[in-house]
Design a protein around this ligand. Sequence first.
Ligand code: MTE
Ligand code: HPA
Ligand code: MOS
Length: 752
Amino acid sequence: MKPADVLKHVKGESLFTDDFPEPQGTLYAYIFDSPKAHAKIKRLDVSKAEKSKGVVSVLTAKDITGENQIGNIVQDETLLAENEVSYIGEPVAVVVAESLKDAKRAKKLIELELEELPVITDPRQAYEKGELIVPPIIFSSGDLDAAWNRCDVIVEDKIEIGGQEHLYLETQGALAIPNEDKIKIISSTQSPTAVQRAAAKILGWGMHRVEVDVLRLGGGFGGKEDQATPFGAIAALAAAVTNRPVKLVLSRPDDMRMTGKRHPYSIDFRLGADKSGKLIAYEVTYYQNSGAVADLSTAVLERSLFHTTNSYRIPNVKATGLACRTNLPPNTAFRGFGGPQGMFAIEAALNKLAEKLNLPAWELQKRNLIREGDIFYYGQKVKDNQIERCWSEAEESYSIKETIEKINLFNNSQNRYRKGFAVMPITFGISFTSSFLNQASALIHIYTDGSVGVSTAAIEMGQGVNEKIRIAVARVFSVNLDRIKIESTNTTRVSNTSPTAASTGADLNGNAAIIASKNILERLHKKAAEIFNVSPEDIEIIEEAVYVRGKKTEMKWEELIWRSYFERVSLSSHAFYATPDIYFDREKNQGQPFAYHVFGVAFTEVTIDGLLGTYTVDSVKVVHDFGESLNPQIDLGQTEGAIMQGIGWVTMEELVQNKDGRLLSNSLSTYKIPDIFSAPADVEIRFLENPHNPNGPFNSKAIGEPPFMYGIGTYFALRNGLKAFGVSDNIPLSSPMTPEKVLLALHSKQVV
Ligand code: MTE
Ligand code: HPA
Ligand code: MOS
């Protein structure tokens, strides 16, 4: 059966924030944002704008009745700038008017006088100036100093990794509706409670006076984990000040300019091994370009530190994370959440080492895979390890040797094209690395006709979490899927929500929903036992029929529900789930932060056109550990989509800022994302047989982020393609590998 949303999406019937029927009297908000990346505010005058046609109010920091502070992890972010601006796109004032046109017209009348300050856009420069958001974070194990002496080969280099624009189809937005002493915010957020908390703080109200409701998102990809918050809070502030409904939906250019992106990283590494290629020591320093305020940067940085060795055993590790404050929009969560940058670095290091040892990289990768019982450098034991199985199944299914023979044959058969090949293994930790966030609740009602309403903290953003929860609940009750409706996510039904993020949405909320369903089921069993005069253990519900001691009775689901209601049995349950046995000690940087890991291996083949520098991704072939998939169609879609997004990140999505901190790649004509023509010609995904994951609902595994990192394989396949042209040294480790960079590398060698 297709997920409930699919048909509605295709027919254009699905509602997103901007589609909700606007209540009578709705006003429109438009943000006046900083035109400079770093400056003191000398004068802000909105009086002319206030008098402009159709304008109801122009808000500045002065209108904030509560606290002008929306920082999440670090309290360093104002909703509206007060004394200083620190990036282009920072909200300074908000015009609220009868129409968007009126608001836009008035915006031009706002007067802002600035005294410019020095602008930093480069994380290394920020570091030199002492601009760190938090002190350096260091993860280490073993004895690095002693280990270098035991290495036969050591490689070291610098890496530059670019950011990435989320480009969710639905831009940021919110509709705030005042209602007596409350405000209801319909928000496009991954984190309803973050919006609720920030709005309440801005207004100086209790959180109980702010209700946040989310039907679905047109994509979030991490970009709405923290950064939907200011827009929800601005709409709420405007609604409170005007006592009218206020809608704020960003245009694409405004969204691209104002919001943060995936963090660019600048990296130094040093990797050592013995003659056989066995890894001995790895030292890495991540200069994270955090942007102007903390946002989620420190958590993102930590996830880089947790994925520093990807799927490899390295006994001596030191990884240093530096959250460098620059004058760019605050960079934020993006699928993989720092994992991709950490994994890119170790792959780059391994490739360098392979070049020096004159071995194919995949031999080194294979030789150094983690094994069951190993201890990660952060203290967690490698458990239910599937990486070697994924690798050997991939080799069996897709044969490295044959692929390489075929590639060599092709490369030797003509001059213009070269193929390249790379393997990308992934080992990705599942759980929020901030342990406290690993909690979720569900509220389930069975109505008197036997239909079921399910509320959880999960946000549906196209990843299929609603369908997964629906499947899980249907399985517990053993009823038809169409009896079950997943409700909007609403802070009055399910409170204190963790963001739907870290790929944990289906795990945490699915588990909470299973517990709530089981609570009601137990009551139903008891009632049926009473009716049939047996004990509850004798009762089963199978496909909507009541069974007694394994024998089907005449009683159907609907009848049992009605009887239970009539005899005053509660048909509702609220349940709570918290991931067991996880903890992390931030003084020692040791612990067991993850419920489990997700494993997989991808083989990537590319062809480079030596004349043009353009290339195609010929194939991506994967063996992935999905656990016991709840819905293979959804999991396949997540895997394919993530691979495409990962390929985009390392090949074509190039963010360019000038030295004044202005985003130049600010539209889809200058920022290129993958389309059907850049999709791999062949994508094959095999499901590793693994029915065992006690932490996932019905033994399933999280899928949202891990396959993103298969995309990294394309970068190294391209690098190998360049090497096949004879461009052997001095290909800078710089992502994305755009066709321009490929062409420049080829020209530097004059190979064609
Ligand atoms: N898939 C779609 N279609 N749209 C999205 O916004 N977000 C990704 C991933 N897959 C996303 C997506 C990210 S960043 C995460 S963390 C997970 O979905 C979140 O959902 P889950 O926890 O339910 O997997
Ligand atoms: N992943 C995603 N989002 C988060 C995390 C994480 O580990 N920690 C806090 N927010
Ligand atoms: Mo995903 S980056 O954890 O929202």
